[in-house]
Design a protein around this ligand. Structure first.
Ligand code: CAA
Ligand code: NAD
Length: 295
């Protein structure tokens, strides 16, 4: 946190117009957070339904805050106006800061980052909200890796304070400083970490999920595991419910990256229950079916 504060002080860049690529669970949350803290943000997806969902989630949060008197009509309107939905790269030409938040697939992310670099100005900062994929690996798709770093938010974005900022081997100090400053302006607590699969938090979280999968393969009942972790251990939710919140598809992709990155510490399971759900198109809260049924 000390390093992050020092870095933010060195920033000469103030983000005036940001963009987020992907309007899903994370992209929608990031757009809401930036907009509500006063930085306009273009929200780009390839799917109009995802954009509509992202906007309606933002409206839901704002309506609730308005009803409880936590914001006034002006803040309500300015937050919504600050989110600029789009399906086209044309809207990115004036952005000075981009957060990529598309699916956790290295090839898709590399292609999206390379396309984005061609559609923004030479000094625009590009970041990725990847959960696990090495920033150095993604940077290979870019002509200006000095302008690139990881910016990893947590779910749900409006409520989780931490943002991991991941420094790649070619990331410039200015890029780190600007990213720290923008995360702080979004009301978040940034920490700067070095690059490796899973960075800091997911190096802790995914071995925990892997331990849970092993328990299920040994015959444990997921509802009982959740009950113990919630009621008796005191965590807000157990691993099965948290996997549904994260998204089973995302969790499965993250597990693959972590198993490839740490083959001896997190070996691939022959029959991973998360992979089984994924193969059955049960993606958790996002499509209503995962470990649990969500309405
Ligand atoms: N967006 C915005 N507001 C929300 C919200 C959301 N998604 N969900 C709930 N809220 C609001 C509620 O409406 C409520 O508002 P009021 O105070 O006006 O009633 C408020 O936030 C608090 O909600 P709750 O009382 O239901 O929840 P809580 O405060 O007890 O706990 C929490 C909230 C801290 C998020 C808790 O549920 C929690 O810890 N969840 C687990 C989160 C977690 O572990 N995230 C990490 C996922 S992994 C990851 O992100 C990394 C990765 O790369 C995969
Ligand atoms: P999601 O499935 O909810 O959303 C992904 C969105 O990306 C979809 O709306 C999809 O239409 C869009 N998309 C796909 N290809 C695109 C492209 N070429 N251009 C623009 N949009 C495109 O996924 P998510 O949970 O929001 O995850 C997004 C990223 O954030 C992933 O890298 C994930 O690992 C990371 N992340 C997720 C969580 C979590 O808990 N879900 C937490 C932290 C980080």
């Amino acid at each position: 946190k000390g390093i992050a504060k020092k870095a933010a002080k060195g920033s000469k860049i103030t983000v005036k117009q940001a963009a987020v690529l992907g309007a899903g669970i994370m992209g929608g949350g990031i757009a809401y957070q930036s907009a509500s803290k006063g930085t306009p943000i273009v929200m780009k997806d390839i799917n109009q339904t995802a954009i509509d969902l992202g906007l309606s989630e933002a409206s839901k949060i704002l309506n609730k805050k308005l009803a409880k008197g936590r914001i006034d009509g002006k803040a309500f309107a300015s937050t919504l106006t600050n989110i600029v939905p789009t399906l086209s790269y044309d809207s990115l030409k004036d952005t000075d800061f981009v957060i990529e938040a598309v699916v956790e697939n290295p090839n898709v992310k590399a292609a999206v980052l390379a396309e984005t670099e061609q559609n923004v100005s030479a000094d625009t900062i590009l970041t990725s909200n990847t959960s696990t994929i090495s920033i150095n690996k993604l940077a290979k798709s870019l002509k200006r890796p000095e302008n690139f770093c990881g910016m990893h938010f947590f779910n749900p974005v409006p409520l989780m304070p931490l943002v991991e900022i991941i420094r790649g081997e070619n990331t410039s100090d200015e890029t780190i400083a600007a990213t720290v400053a923008y995360a702080s302006k979004m009301g978040k607590t940034p920490i700067v970490v070095n690059d490796c699969p899973g960075f800091f938090v997911n190096r802790v979280l995914f071995p925990y999920f892997a331990g849970f999968s092993l328990l299920l393969n040994d015959g444990a009942d997921f509802t009982k595991v959740d009950k113990v972790m919630e009621r008796e251990f005191g965590w807000p939710m157990g691993p099965a419910f948290l996997l549904d919140v994260v998204g089973i598809d995302t969790a499965d992709h993250c597990t693959d990256v972590m198993s490839d990155g740490f083959p001896t510490r997190m070996p691939k399971l022959d029959k991973d229950p998360v992979t089984t759900l994924y193969k059955n198109n049960m993606f958790g809260q996002k499509n209503g079916k995962g470990f649990y049924t969500h309405t």
